[in-house]
Design a protein around this ligand. Structure first.
Ligand code: CAA
Length: 396
């Protein structure tokens, strides 16, 4: 049975901060961020946006297209959780009108969480082929102000519907896995920004890729020469080039037939959005599918998912004929081009000032985002979301 991605939809907030401006503020040459790391902009969430609203905005597209019937499970992957107990997916489930006979839960393992969700969803569909599973990856990458990670911040969500006979990507059963206890990147419960050992995180990523690749091959996975397209977890787009070089060193003979074109299409969106942790790998996939002019039908894609801490997985898939009919590149382009640039004051206030963890009985948020779903406030410690203005009036 063929199982895989039947729909995919990306959402990113409607404001951004330029990396050139950030470099000036940090007193470094802009080329370091623009070319050294390969980042141009970072999407910045409005004060009334969070992982729930971004996830709902991404998932609404997918569910509107396919209809809510037979969505048997919602898996929300994030490392920017909004509650220690309740799954953020339950807010999304309600906002986008999914039926009650549906299981909803949240997954966490740094940037790897969505891949765990995709693999779990594939297994669920293999067991009950009539059912569909909605996997949503939603994250806000936030580091300490002035830290070396600040230039890799970003925000966004990707929603995917996993089904039998998928119309975008058939996911192969072969898997290569690698887990190791590494303190390369983490966020303790008492912090709103992540801590990172940058150099260790790069080494851990490469070690994980090498080990996951070897495991994928042992599991009967395709050779590098049979994978003309590659998507990597991209905390910054230069990382894809580094990962590609690692694979080429591991398989020098196959590498001769590969060129950087195999991963460059996957970088276009991430370069403008920034790191979105769990969503980054799937933003790379949507970027490849929507920006490559060639018809990719029938061609294989290799994926490397990396989540600090750390878990890595290499897997592959085949692009399905007619996949273009399931995508809307013009809509994605309009979303990216339509974003407003922020000045430094707004960037700092929005990225670091939005205090959603307030211990207040009543905290009402003005309308700022142009996204359909927004966080309208926190009332009696309960987060209140709305789909349009009417809802805020009713809730407050
Ligand atoms: N012109 C062009 N290039 C320049 C330049 C200039 N003027 N100045 C520097 N560069 C290049 C450097 O040569 C370097 O390129 P190479 O790596 O190819 O040599 C690149 O710019 C970056 O320079 P540095 O290594 O000096 O940068 P840094 O030490 O300040 O920080 C970082 C880099 C460690 C990635 C940091 O941004 C960071 O900590 N980021 C967050 C952690 C992260 O993303 N880690 C990635 C792996 S972990 C993961 O993937 C999970 C996750 O999502 C977090």
């Amino acid at each position: 049975m063929k199982v895989g991605i039947d729909s995919i939809s990306l959402y990113t907030p409607n404001s951004y901060y330029g990396l050139r401006e950030l470099a000036e503020r940090h007193g470094v040459e802009p080329e370091k961020y623009l070319y050294g790391l390969g980042q141009e902009q970072m999407s910045v969430p409005a004060p009334d946006e969070d992982i729930v609203t971004m996830a709902a905005n991404a998932a609404a597209e997918v569910v509107e297209d396919a209809g809510p019937d037979n969505v048997a499970t919602v898996i929300l992957a994030t490392e920017s959780g909004i509650d220690q107990s309740k799954s953020a997916g339950l807010f999304v489930h309600q906002l986008i009108g999914l039926p009650a006979n549906c299981r909803v839960f949240e997954l966490k393992q740094a940037c790897y969480g969505a891949t765990a969700g995709v693999q779990m969803a594939c297994a669920m569909v293999r067991q009950r082929p009539q059912e569909r599973v909605l996997v949503v990856a939603s994250d806000i990458a936030r580091y300490e102000r002035g830290s070396q990670g600040e230039c890799t911040q970003g925000a966004g969500a990707v929603a995917m519907l996993i089904t039998a006979d998928p119309r975008i990507l058939e996911i192969h059963p072969e898997q290569g896995k690698h887990s190791a206890d590494v303190m390369d990147f983490w966020r303790p419960n008492y912090r709103s920004t992540a801590l990172v050992d940058g150099a260790l995180s790069l080494d851990a990523y490469h070690d994980s890729l090498a080990s996951a690749w070897a495991d994928y091959r042992r599991d009967g996975g395709l050779s590098l020469g049979e994978l003309p397209w590659l998507c990597f977890h991209q905390p910054f787009t230069k990382m894809a080039r580094k990962a590609f070089n690692t694979l080429c060193e591991l398989e020098p003979e196959a590498a001769a037939s590969l060129s950087p074109a195999s991963y460059e299409y996957s970088q276009h969106y991430g370069r403008r959005i920034g790191n979105c942790y769990t969503a980054s790998l799937y933003i790379a996939l949507q970027s490849l599918l929507e920006t490559c002019e060639e018809d990719l039908a029938g061609q294989n894609v290799g994926f490397f998912s990396y989540g600090s801490g750390s878990v890595g997985e290499f897997f592959s898939g085949t692009i399905v004929a007619g996949y273009q009919d399931r995508l809307d590149p013009a809509l994605t382009r309009a979303m990216l081009d339509g974003r407003q640039p922020l000045d430094e004051t707004r960037y700092v206030n929005w990225f670091y000032g939005a205090d959603h963890d307030v211990d207040a009985a009543r905290h009402v948020l003005p309308v700022v985002t142009t996204g359909r779903y927004r966080l309208s406030g926190i009332i009696d410690h309960k987060r209140v979301y709305e789909d349009g203005a009417e809802r805020l009036k009713q809730a407050v």
